[in-house]
Design a protein around this ligand. Structure first.
Ligand code: NOJ
Ligand code: NOJ
Length: 443
């Protein structure tokens, strides 16, 4: 398929014009990202509906279907809006998942993270179970089809019995209770409750009660002493001494606001600031192009280099994820029409808008020009993370998993589906934010 077709799709998808003050062309970049995703959907020799994580078959071998990567990518596509090409891909994905889920149920269990491209379970040793898988899969299906299908019911039945258990995290390394996984489960039950209510299913009350229980468990991840949201609780939490992980930011960005959480929640803001500050010094490449926001990794103590364990590097999906976060934050605040400063979030705002006149002020509202100036800064910051990722992506925009902390070149699995999806999300989100801010400035 050629790039022209994807460019047309993006044009058709966008309810807003993507004209942007940024240094990149969001329409063109989005089309390239879509092309990257579709190449991994239509990979030769795989069962229909399989979505390979990467075409790389050695060093590392990512030629598998991961439940998480696939569901997050499908979720990204459905957020673009209905379109025949996407609808078909999502239908095929759902058919594949039904086969994979039933194979897994007969083997290691429903929360098996990784499958052969023919839908068989991956039989080797692995960090399993990973309970974010059934959560993101069912949530994605519910949003795509709005039905409590057998696929969804099996996932929810499993999660109902296991949401409070320890599980491997999204990075497949640590067994414990994880903010990302817990959030994913909460949003799946919340969405299932809404669907059940709409179709008149008696399961609605049950789903909604479980969502409430899970949401209240999320509160225990707040570390008031360090003003952060911890990624993991349980035995393994000390592996990450700084208590920081991009998965916390990705959770609120990907899964959206809940009753207690959103991208503008104070502890989330404080976590985002600490994340950024911790990655500036540890990756030498961040002092090149120092006018751009820094490359972001999974967590500061990471040593996975894409094939072995020689030390961590920035990741495309983490850097684009921060870009998306900032643009989502500007959007969130514009919808609220005000920003409240408190002791937990104050350093975040001050860092991002040093010229803010905040002495004696604890709130800014949308009648104040400073409010819109602040939102403009946040949007610019989001675009700066995107520009950072683009600098290291190469002119052909073939996103790998990581970029080298010393040289800035791509490394790790090539053409990583999740990297493409994360770029597409960031381009689309920042383009929408840009549009909202332009509307204001036009007045
Ligand atoms: C591969 C996993 O997918 C990655 O997240 C992890 O860091 C390494 N294996 C090491 O466990
Ligand atoms: C390693 C990442 O840590 C994990 O999150 C991902 O699912 C796999 N690679 C496949 O992309």
């Amino acid at each position: 398929m050629n790039i022209g077709l994807f460019a047309t799709l993006i044009f058709a998808f966008s309810s807003v014009s993507v004209a942007s003050s940024s240094s990149y062309d969001a329409s063109k970049e989005s089309a390239l990202a879509l092309q990257g995703i579709f190449q991994n959907i239509n990979s030769p020799g795989v069962r229909r509906g399989a979505l390979i994580a990467s075409p790389s078959t050695s060093a590392p071998n990512y030629f598998y279907h991961w439940t998480r990567d696939a569901a997050l990518t499908m979720g990204t596509l459905i957020e673009l809006g209905p379109n025949p090409l996407v609808n078909n891909a999502v239908r095929n994905w759902a058919d594949f998942e039904l086969v994979a889920q039933s194979n897994a149920a007969k083997a290691q269990g429903v929360a098996e993270p990784k499958f052969e491209v023919n839908g068989q379970v991956f039989a080797g040793p692995w960090g399993r179970p990973q309970n974010d898988g059934p959560a993101i899969r069912s949530w994605t299906y519910l949003r795509a089809f709005g039905e409590l299908s057998p696929l969804v019911q099996t996932d929810l039945e499993y999660l109902k019995n296991h949401w409070a258990d320890t599980t491997f995290d999204l990075w497949e390394e640590v067994r414990g209770h994880h903010f990302f996984t817990t959030y994913a489960q909460m949003v799946s039950f919340r969405t299932a409750a809404a669907v059940a209510q709409r179709v008149g299913s008696s399961a609605a009350a049950d789903y909604s009660r479980i969502a409430d229980q899970i949401e209240s468990a999320l509160g225990s991840f707040i570390d008031t002493g360090r003003s952060t949201v911890l990624p993991t609780l349980g035995g393994a939490q000390n592996l990450k001494a700084a208590g920081l992980d991009i998965s916390v930011i990705l959770a609120v960005v990907y899964f959206g606001p809940s009753r207690q959480w959103s991208v503008s929640q104070s502890y989330i803001l404080s976590t985002a600031l600490r994340m950024e500050q911790s990655f500036i010094p540890i990756y030498p490449i961040n002092s090149a192009f120092a006018n751009l926001a820094p490359g972001i990794g999974r967590y500061p103590e990471d040593v996975y280099d894409g094939t072995g364990f020689s030390g961590g590097h920035p990741w495309f999906l983490a850097t684009f994820g921060m870009g998306e976060f900032y643009c989502a934050l500007a959007q969130d605040l514009s919808a609220r029409g005000q920003v409240n400063f408190d002791q937990v979030n104050f350093s975040f705002y001050k860092f991002n808008a040093p010229e803010l006149q905040t002495i004696g002020i604890n709130q800014l509202n949308s009648r104040d020009p400073q409010f819109w100036a602040l939102l403009g800064h946040l949007r610019d910051k989001g675009e700066s993370f995107i520009s950072r990722a683009l600098v290291h992506a190469g002119a052909d925009r073939r996103y790998s998993e990581q970029f080298d902390r010393n040289t800035g070149y791509r490394r790790g699995a090539r053409d990583l589906t999740w990297s493409y999806a994360s770029s597409l999300r960031a381009f689309q989100r920042c383009a929408q934010t840009d549009q909202i801010l332009r509307q204001f400035w036009r007045h």
